[in-house]
Design a protein. Structure first.
Length: 219
């Protein structure tokens, strides 16, 4: 018996956030204080990462000025603290588009979320102690997005950052290799269509790509 074809229909979702890990980006403000912002529009290739950010936000403004940041990856256990940062901004006054979405200005984001700022080794931006992964990064390139759309022009930026140093909590490292993260131990906080999720225990299916040693991907 032939399997009935799946039914699809044309659709225009307002957003296409199908699910990526949450990143807490820490940067340095003009006065030397720290900003902390949650985001999930990030993708990785080797030790490079591309970050999609709203141009009016404090984080991209700081990154354009200092050319650096730290990408802190929270696990699912930190969801409550990450959620405290929702609809807050370091920009004062609050941009009009964020006012419409209910954002408020908060200067001490670390204090609000109950998180601890630790010094980094290479960049001036701090690490978030409670996050299992800290990635010190420098800005390599900035690309305006949607420049051919009059309604979106100037509103979005894509940052290419280079990871300069990685700090990984020992609890998620492989037992036999300190330079490899054990995916069975790493439980990232995932955002999918504005909602928080985690990973189920165990591998879903054996992966042919996993047969390639990770070391062969090193730049």
């Amino acid at each position: 018996m032939e399997m009935e074809a799946a039914l699809h229909r044309a659709s225009e979702p307002a957003i296409l956030y199908f699910g990526t890990p949450v990143v807490l980006i820490s940067t340095v403000n003009q006065d030397g204080s720290y900003n902390l912002a949650p985001m999930s529009s990030a993708w990785w290739l080797g030790w490079r990462c591309v970050l999609g950010l709203a141009a009016s936000s404090k984080t991209p403004q700081n990154m354009l000025r200092t050319r650096e940041c730290v990408l802190n990856l929270p696990d699912a256990g930190l969801v409550g603290r990450v959620n405290r940062l929702a609809r807050t901004t370091g920009t004062d006054p609050v941009p009009e588009i964020k006012q419409r979405r209910g954002y408020r200005h908060v200067h001490d984001k670390f204090g609000l979320a109950g998180l601890t700022a630790d010094p980094s080794e290479i960049v001036a931006a701090p690490r978030v102690r409670e996050c299992p992964v800290h990635l010190e990064a420098t800005v390599e390139a900035v690309h305006p997005m949607a420049e051919n759309d009059p309604k979106m022009r100037g509103r979005q930026l894509a940052f290419e950052v280079r990871i300069r140093r990685a700090h990984i909590e020992e609890s998620i490292l492989a037992a036999d290799d300190p330079n490899r993260i054990d995916p069975d131990k790493w439980r990232p906080l995932i955002m999918s269509f504005q909602r928080f999720y985690g990973l189920a225990d165990g591998e879903l299916h054996a992966s042919e790509l996993a047969r390639i040693p990770e070391a062969l991907y090193r730049p």
